[in-house]
Design a protein around this ligand. Structure first.
Ligand code: BDP
Length: 326
């Protein structure tokens, strides 16, 4: 009897030992604000697959799309605290928590998307990445988010066309200053609320890139998209710094490599799908207008820069670095 029991027990122990992995697997939750059909949703799903393969299943990433884990400012706070491990974040809402990240939220700071990536790949980008990591939100790779332009019920060609309009912006004082400097009324609001606000006239307009304009149906409740391209804000795949640092060096390389590959995939998808999104909204009736002269918009921003640099003189070097990057 004793012998039988101990044999059974030994069997149980043996099978448990066989089943138990050498290291406990990391199960990470990833935040994504976008829905199916948006390039970043596909890229985040790809990231999850790549992490699984590269870490041999030691790090698992479950992606929650559609912002179901919370608004972007809330989710960023969760990542900082480690309650959510990772996500695809826009640097706009990171500015209020990481001063250096606000460089990218200065209107017209970048000449083009390639220029923005060159700045991020240089010293300015390293400074921003270091400050973000220190704040607890470590960027593993940069993601394309194109340029943001205004949309409303009328064409916008000059800053005077913004005068008196209530325009939704993301949560960042630089964006409220930007709209005020054009004579508009800024209305900071969570992304999830914008469609309804446009529909009911709580705001007269908003600003975003083509994929987001299309993906959440803002094109269904506006009629004109005006190519002001006043902001070129990068995004990241960003992880809670402590969780990442707790991984072995080998696993860190694997996760970072997966993020870099997913970001390259995202940039390819972005190029194709942002063109397509423009065609789709035009086919649905949106009138897209070029702005012949963006000079007056840039001139209106001089005050925004002056006020910002007067309040944040320590940002002058970063601004200069970006402006001097070819
Ligand atoms: C989209 C960004 C997303 C922002 C959203 C917004 O990808 O991260 O939350 O704009 O305007 O383009 O809030």
């Amino acid at each position: 009897m004793f012998k039988k029991l101990s044999l059974a027990t030994a069997g149980v122990i043996a099978s448990l030992t066989l089943l138990a992995p050498l290291h406990a697997a990391e199960n990470w939750r990833a935040w994504n604000i976008h829905n199916d059909g948006h390039p970043n949703t596909a890229a985040m799903d790809k990231f999850s697959e790549l992490v699984d393969a590269a870490t041999g299943g030691e790090v698992k990433v479950e992606v929650f799309h559609g912002g179901v884990l919370g608004s972007q400012p809330d989710a960023l706070e969760q990542v900082r605290l480690g309650a959510i491990e990772i996500g695809n974040f826009n640097l706009g809402p990171i500015g209020p928590m990481v001063k250096e990240a606000n460089l990218v939220s200065l209107p017209f700071i970048f000449k083009s998307v390639p220029h923005m990536f060159r700045v991020l790949e240089g010293e300015a980008g390293q400074t921003i990445a270091g400050a973000m990591a220190e704040a607890g939100v470590k960027p593993l790779a940069w993601v394309d988010a194109g340029a943001r332009s205004f949309y409303s019920q009328k064409a916008i060609n000059t800053p005077a066309d913004v005068e008196g309009l209530k325009i939704r912006v993301m949560n960042n004082d630089l964006y409220t200053s930007m709209i005020s400097a054009m004579g508009g009324n800024p209305s900071p609001m969570a992304f999830a609320e914008v469609q309804q606000a446009l529909k009911t006239g709580v705001v007269d307009g908003a600003e975003n890139n083509f994929p987001s304009f299309k993906n959440v149906g803002h094109y269904e409740v506006t009629s004109h998209y005006s190519l002001s391209e006043h902001l070129i804000i990068p995004e990241c795949i960003c992880v809670n710094t402590a969780k990442f640092d707790a991984l072995s060096a080998e696993m860190q390389d694997a996760v970072r490599g997966a993020a870099e590959e997913a970001a390259l995939y995202q940039r390819e998808l972005w190029a194709v799908q942002s063109e397509q999104a423009r065609k789709d909204v035009e086919a649905a009736g949106i009138k897209v207008n070029e702005i012949a002269d963006k000079g007056p918009f840039q001139e209106a921003m001089v005050k925004v820069y002056d006020d910002y640099l007067a309040a944040n003189p320590d940002m002058a070097d970063l601004v200069k670095m970006a402006q001097e990057t070819e």
